[in-house]
Every structure is written in C-alpha cells, then in structure tokens.
Design a protein around this ligand. Structure first.
Ligand code: MSP
Length: 523
C-alpha cells in the first residue's frame, strides 16, 4: 500500500494563529485528503513550536508562567485546525516531554556518537526574532529588517554541528531532485546559498541564558538550540526515540514538508544535514509557499490590514475560506487577501457559481422529473453531447472536444489533468480545472435549455438533467480535498452516497443552499 506523509511547520506560540498559519494547514490538508481518497495510508502532521527566548519573552509580556502561556496558545492553534476542518492525524508540540523530547535526545546522542557535534566558542550577533545568529549584512542600520530589533552580541561556548561535512551530499540531492524543492526558484535560491559556502552551525545555547528548552543530554549547562529541537518534530511525532518506532518505518521519509519561504534554509540545508547524520533518508519534497499579504503588505496591527481566519470562517464558512486561499493565492507565490476580493470571489464563484449551478440542476429535476431520475442507457446519453469545448483557463487541450460525451470529457479532460496537477503540487491549477468544468456545465444548460426542451421532448430533457447531476456527483470526488463540506451537501442534494460515481438513481433530497449570497441578505 502506498503511503503519504505530509507536514506543516510547527508554529511559534508567541503569535496568535493568523492567515499564514491557516494557509500552511490548508495546503497540507488538501494534499492529505487527496491522498486518502486515493486509498493511500496517509499521515498529516502539524503542531506548535514552544521553546526558545522568543516564547519566554512573550509569556513575560503576557504576565503568565511560560507553561501556562504555551498551553493556552497551543489550544488556539488546535481551535484553528477545527475551524478550518483540517484532518490532521497528529498534533505535536515541542514541550511534550513524553512524545517529543525522547526523539530530540536520540538525535543528539547519535550526533555525538558520530563525532558530528563539537564544542567551540561562538561570537556573533543573535536575533531573538529569528532565533538564529545573523550577520552584519542581514542588518539595516544595525537593526534586523524582519524583526525591527537590534541583535544581541553574544560570546559563549556552544556545541557546533558539523553541517559542512554533509554539504556536498545535500547539494547533490537537491540538484538531482532526489530531494525536490518546489517551486524551482526556491531550489535555485538554495543552491546559490550553498554555493556561497556553508559553515558549521551552533546547536546549543548556555542554559543560564535560555533554560526553556531541552537540556543537552549529559551536559545540563547547555540547552539544545530551538531549531535543532523543532526540526526533529517531523520524526519525534512518528515515535522516533520512543519504544515504538513502527510509524517511523511506516511513514518516513516525509513525502511533503510544506513551509513558507522564510524558513526555507532551515529545511533545505540544516534538516537534511541532521538526517544524513542520523542515517535517515531525506524528505521527498519540500514545498515552499509564498506569503499572504493584504493590500500588498505584510499584515500588521499598525497598518490595520490584519484579517482573522476565525471571523471570515464564521461569516462565510470554512469551504469558502478554503476555496479562496487555494484558488486565489497562486501556489508558490505571494498573494493578496483582502475582504473586498474575498467577497467578490464568494459571490461570483461560489454563491452565483457552484452554489447556483447545483441549485438550478436540483430544481429542474424537481420540476421536470418529479425529483427522481433513473440511470439511462449509455447509448442514450450519447445523444446529448457537449456542444462546446472547455473554457481553458489552465492548459490548452489537444483536442477540440465539442460533440464529446460529458462522461469522456470528464474522464479525460478534467480528471486526468486534475490528478496531474495535484501530483505536481499545483493546487491552484487543480481547483481551476474543476471550475472550468463547472462553466462547461453552465454552458451545457444554456445549450440544451431544459426549461424549453421539456415541452418538446421530456425524455431528452431527463437525459440532459441526468448528465448534469451525475457530473456534479462525480466531480464531488476531486472537489472533496478542497471543499469537504460542500461535497457532502452535493451528495445530500442528489440523494446519493459519498463516492458513488455510478448510482442507479438520483433523487433530490435535502437541498441546502451551498453558499448563501450575502448580497441578497443585505437588501
Ligand atoms: N517555528 C518555526 C517553524 C519550525 S518548523 C520545524 C516558525 N514558526 S512561525 O510560526 O513563525 O511560522 C510558521 C510558518 O508560517 C512559516 O512557514 C511561515 O512562512 C508561515 N507564515 C508566517 N506568516 C505568513 C504569511 N503572512 N503568509 C504565509 N505564511 C506565513 O517559523
């Protein structure tokens, strides 16, 4: 049986969950649901990153003991997953001594045993926001550009990881796509970075400076560096270092790590270094998504362009939110999320788009077939082919498919292209392919006009209606990873069981409005 293991980054609990976190969760969720539908043994992992100076400072600011603070914030992240209707199989957090710490300790001990860790003095500028050392060239007027903070000058004894030793291997794996970094711009960025030369990296901090973390085994004066701790979540969550490592064998290597571009280097260089050192294979794909902006800028309280996922979902439902992020943010690039755009897309593509299409077809079946249609003979369906070719938003088809049966069309033009896009992580394309087909179905209604055809030829009208309904039922399968609630509503509308691509009968059942228009409500 094929398996699929997908992860999000673990989120720092110093911030409240925001759109950026929701985005990574959704990408992973769509992929996980897709692979589950294909019958693969799927594991979707997410969680929280709870150690380090940044978290301690946030807890101090909130005037809470750090343990209480991280527990509360962790719940916020879990609540976000519920709101999103995310189907994660596990949730890991780094302060979990039972499930996470043993994995990190095992990694450390392996590195020691290999001679891959050594003590040395470090002198450098440490940016707490980055939880990493920075160099002068990362600074503008002495201040970290990303965090608007002056880095701290630090001189101390650290454990160093012999990352340089593994660089040639890492470089080869990336170049050959054995470890695939997508999109290709990100692969090139990493290779250029490696080309400049990579040095060994500090893997600990003195515990007198930072004790909120995992102590170095057998040397409690040092705390394991937060990134070494955090990256290990991808295997500790599978039981690495615990008594039961069966999930490591079953799921590692990860099929896809989903990360934002700001944490590319940690995942593309340091993590593979650790994996080589402990003798585990590299992940297959690192998918690097862009940033969600609002009116072209990073969301920030001062600019006043912060959008809360919870509020949008409360008002419009999680499928609409999922649709917007997957369809409107070009996969792999930065994208804009504004409420104006969201509302326009909601009304256009959902309320007046898919929602209206499903409602119209159901109402016509009620009107012209008393709500029930039995499966017609295949030959009969050939008498009502499509009269137009697909509106090709995504890729040009080789054939002009006018006059093709809707079934063949769906099979070859929609499903095959959809699967290819999903397998290539082109989620935006995959969902666009589905919407292209919905416009084809809209066109099909216009071409056959069931409301007038019904008077002349009631039997043919039923064939047309069957064709429309059956393809809405069939498309619910590829739609499900993106919009799981909507697909359930489609099945309920047409009275069929989930995943029944070839029912004997369609019977209009509970007709819930898929996407209530907010425009109408306002009148
Ligand atoms: N804790 C580390 C990750 C450790 S993974 C072993 C971390 N956490 S984070 O909470 O700061 O960021 C988590 C993810 O959210 C990153 O992939 C980051 O790119 C992403 N995003 C943060 N803001 C974002 C947007 N505005 N838009 C899209 N993603 C964004 O880094």
């Amino acid at each position: 049986m094929k398996k699929f293991f997908v992860t999000t980054p673990i989120f720092y609990v110093n911030a409240f969950p925001h759109l950026g976190h929701a985005y990574a969760d959704l990408i992973a969720d769509v992929l996980a649901r897709y692979h589950r539908i294909r019958g693969e043994k799927t594991f979707f992992l997410t969680g929280t990153d709870e150690h380090g100076a940044k978290i301690v400072r946030a807890a101090e600011k909130a005037e809470k003991p750090v343990e209480d603070f991280v527990r509360e914030r962790r719940e916020d992240f879990r609540n976000l997953l519920t709101l999103l209707n995310a189907s994660n199989d596990a949730f890991i957090y780094t302060s979990d001594k039972e499930h996470h710490w043993p994995g990190v300790r095992k990694v450390w001990e392996k590195l020691i045993a290999n001679g891959d860790l050594y003590k040395s003095t470090y002198k450098g500028l440490y940016c707490v926001g980055h939880e990493a050392f920075v160099t002068e060239k990362d600074l503008v007027n002495g201040v970290c550009e990303d965090h608007h903070q002056k880095p701290e000058l630090i001189e101390e004894e650290n454990y160093f990881f012999r990352l340089s030793k593994y660089i040639p291997q890492i470089q080869k794996a990336i170049e050959s796509d054995e470890f695939k970094i997508l999109p290709v711009e990100r692969k090139n960025e990493v290779l250029a970075f490696i080309g400049e030369g990579v040095e060994d990296i500090s893997f600990s901090r003195p515990s007198r400076d930072i004790s909120w973390g995992i102590p170095v085994p057998n040397d409690p004066d040092h705390t394991i560096y937060v990134w070494a701790d955090a990256l290990t979540n991808y295997i500790s969550a599978l039981g690495y270092g615990s008594l039961d490592e069966t999930n490591v064998a079953a799921f590692w290597p990860a099929d896809a790590h989903i990360v934002g571009k700001d944490i590319l280097r940690f995942h593309a260089v340091i993590w593979p270094g650790i994996l080589y050192a402990i003798g585990l294979p590299l992940p297959k794909t690192l998918y690097v998504h862009g940033m969600i902006l609002s009116r072209g800028q990073k969301m920030s309280k001062t600019i006043g362009n912060v959008i809360s996922p919870a509020e949008v979902i409360k008002e419009y439902g999680n499928d609409a939110f999922r649709y917007f992020l997957m369809r409107e943010i070009p996969f792999g690039r930065d994208g804009d999320f504004t409420m104006e755009r969201f509302k326009a897309v909601y009304e256009g593509s959902l309320a007046h788009g898919l929602g209206n299409l499903v409602a119209r077809v159901a109402v016509m079946i009620q009107k012209y077939a008393a709500g029930v249609l039995d499966r017609p003979a295949e030959e009969a369906l050939l008498s009502v082919p499509t009269k137009r070719s697909l509106h090709q938003e995504v890729s040009k088809s080789r054939f002009l498919l006018e006059g093709e049966s809707l079934e063949r069309y769906f099979q070859y033009e929609v499903f095959v292209r959809y699967e290819k896009a999903m397998d290539d992580f082109l989620l935006t394309d995959a969902i666009a392919i589905l919407w292209d087909f919905f416009s084809l179905l809209d066109g099909y209604i216009q071409d056959y006009e069931p409301y007038t055809l019904n008077k002349k030829d009631p039997e043919k009208t039923k064939l047309v209606l069957w064709n429309l309904a059956i393809h809405l039922i069939r498309i619910a399968i590829p739609l499900e990873p993106f919009m799981p609630q909507t697909t359930e509503k489609i099945y309920a509308t047409f009275g069929v069981k989930r995943g029944d691509m070839n029912p004997k009968r369609i019977e209009i059942g509970f007709r819930e409005i898929l996407f209530p228009s907010h425009e109408v409500r306002a009148h």
